[in-house]
Design a protein around this ligand. Structure first.
Ligand code: ASC
Length: 128
């Protein structure tokens, strides 16, 4: 358990931050902003799949109060929020599996599906 509300907020933000770095690098490769490296891409996808399991634990009761961009709606609509996080975990796991196969098209689709999750949740639950 977290000792303080701030610890829970820091925990989830750290996980999101690491996800953004790894996910962003995959995006850069797919957009041609840097050379595509299948091995690095697969490593990043594996990281995101593992990291996606972390943030939910940090959304503890009362942790809408603090230095956070999470809207109160996370807690008032907690079951929908939880379901969206679980869907992200599933899609990230599928992306990681796709990244291990030599099928760029499938990999791109799995990436886009995961990205849609990020944005879909931010649109509803994150301050802009
Ligand atoms: C990222 C990042 C997000 C998502 C989102 C996808 O790299 O930091 O929040 O992708 O932009 O639509």
């Amino acid at each position: 358990n977290f000792k303080k509300t701030d610890d829970a907020i820091e925990y989830r933000q750290s996980a999101f931050s690491l996800m953004a770095y790894n996910f962003g690098d995959m995006g850069a490769m797919l957009k041609g902003k840097k050379p595509f490296d299948a091995q690095v891409f697969a490593m990043r996808a594996e990281n995101v799949a593992a990291l996606s399991k972390l943030p939910l634990e940090g959304f503890t009761p009362g942790s809408d109060k603090g230095d956070t961009e999470a809207l109160a709606k996370v807690w008032t609509e907690k079951s929908d929020f939880d379901a969206k996080m679980v869907q992200l975990q599933k899609d990230a796991a599928a992306l990681s599996i796709a990244a291990q196969a030599d099928d760029k098209k499938a990999l791109k689709q799995a990436f886009l599906k995961t990205a849609k999750n990020c944005k879909g949740c931010h649109d509803v639950y994150k301050k802009d």
